[in-house]
Design a protein around this ligand. Structure first.
Ligand code: 0X9
Ligand code: ZN
Length: 436
């Protein structure tokens, strides 16, 4: 309680209370004027632990975009109010830093432009406008549009409505002329600010449906040999909030028992070492795990759909959770170091083929393969761990899409990179399912 009180006071100091909606007024947009993006590089375990402590305490309002690891540059957003304090603390601890952005609001107002990908064939032919980040209503309309325009597609909404009363749309693609297909589950948009996740999964669906009639195409192969279960926006409240109010919001919008704290990290709420390392019990934290396992409508939605598919239709062969950013392909498990499933070797073999497929595109992007503790951090209660551990799905993996971990644009990936990132997803998914 003392900790929560301290965090609350810290939070008031940071926001000045100005993000609270005034009665009768629309909530103001959260701004990031003079928030800096710092590259921070710990050189030993003590320094890395010190940074993690500063982050987890919540006192300085730090927002970690890339976790600082020993001899690896992390990326941390620091509010102006706590900047000097933070710099003093890390200087005293001997930790190096470099300012990468002086004013993150500038980055959000003027998203970076793409370098030109001349000579590369982009996919523009479908229903969806892939040249911008569409809002929830537009995405949901596209999803309904798929079912209206194509045979073998059914769409609908999942059972549980969210805290703010929204429904969650799904897409089920099932070629009625082929039986015995393997089942693939794609969960995207569980983290609100990771906009390229819903966008690249919509590209994937659009491309499969529009190219499946081309004889010998990859789309034809994907449609004829697999049954697809796809949730493009798993966190509709959070996604809406990032469009309307706060571009950098990560969690859902549930309230907590503590005053003013808001939001559960939906990728800490699953039954996979729930409550363990790499998740927080404080609602003020960006990794708040929630009051109890599966406390949230959004995680129950996926759990219940997966279990109804597995009991009524048959086993699911692969579960893919799509995030951004840092260009990682994270194999199980994330909840502890040196802990892998019995088919670890097979999962890694397949995932390395996915990595190669992405590198062989004209963009030649490098994605790093490993478990979360190996290349990122320990994270308990995540969806893909649950899929492998608890739902017994043989192949489970978490994608971190573009940009790479050193990019200073972070979640503001230029919209012109939606299609290239969608192609990363397309070729890697093709490589994965071909091996199942
Ligand atoms: O922390 C997370 O939830 C993921 N990273 S993100 O920057 N998109 O928030 C990583 C989750 C890793 N989980 C597993 N490998 N299971
Ligand atoms: Zn994420």
């Amino acid at each position: 309680m003392m900790m929560e009180l301290l965090m609350f006071i810290g939070w008031l100091a940071l926001t000045g209370g100005d993000t609270l909606p005034k009665e009768g007024a629309l909530p103001q947009k959260v701004t990031y004027v003079n928030h800096r993006l710092l590259a921070v590089t710990p050189q030993n375990k003590e320094q890395a632990d010190f940074l993690a402590e500063l982050e987890n305490s919540g006192h300085l309002g730090l927002d970690v975009w890339i976790e600082p690891r020993v001899n690896h540059q992390g990326r941390v957003r620091v509010p102006p109010e706590t900047y000097q304090r933070f710099v003093d603390l890390i200087n005293a601890a001997g930790i190096q830093h470099e300012v990468k952005h002086e004013n993150i609001q500038d980055l959000l107002d003027n998203p970076p432009q793409e370098k030109s990908y001349s000579g590369v064939q982009h996919y523009f032919n479908g229903i969806v406008d892939h040249t911008k980040y569409n809002d929830l209503t537009t995405i949901n309309n596209y999803i309904t549009g798929f079912a209206n325009s194509f045979s073998g597609v059914s769409t609908g909404t999942l059972d549980h409505t969210t805290y703010e009363g929204r429904s969650t749309s799904y897409i089920h693609i099932n070629n009625p002329n082929v039986s015995g297909k393997k089942r693939i589950f794609i969960e995207a948009g569980i983290h609100a600010r990771e906009w390229v996740s819903p966008a690249s999964s919509m590209y994937f669906v659009d491309r499969m449906l529009h190219e499946r009639s081309i004889p010998g195409s990859q789309a034809e192969f994907l449609y004829n040999n697999f049954e697809w279960y796809i949730v493009p926006v798993t966190n509709p409240d959070g996604y809406t909030y990032t469009h309307a109010t706060d571009r950098l919001w990560r969690k859902n919008r549930n309230t907590c028992s503590s005053i003013f704290g808001r939001g559960v990290d939906l990728n800490r709420n699953w039954d996979a070492n729930f409550g363990g390392t790499g998740s927080s019990s404080s609602c003020f934290s960006d990794t708040f795990r929630g009051a109890s396992v599966f406390s949230e409508a959004e995680t129950r939605n996926i759990r219940d759909w997966v279990s109804s598919i597995q009991s009524n239709e048959g086993p699911i062969s692969a579960y893919l959770s799509i995030h951004s950013y840092s260009q990682y392909l994270l194999v199980p498990y994330g909840y502890a170091e040196n802990t892998v499933p019995d088919n670890n070797a097979e999962i890694r073999r397949i995932t390395n083929l996915a990595k190669d497929a992405i590198r062989n595109l004209p963009y030649q992007k490098e994605y790093v393969v490993g478990t979360a503790p190996e290349i990122l951090y320990v994270a308990s209660g995540t969806s893909s761990d649950w899929a492998r551990l608890n739902a017994n799905i043989p192949y489970a993996m978490t994608y971190e899409m573009r940009p790479d971990a050193n990019a200073n644009s972070g979640f503001e990936l230029p919209a012109s990179e939606i299609i290239p990132t969608g192609e990363d997803l397309w070729v890697s998914m093709h490589a994965i399912v071909s091996e199942l």
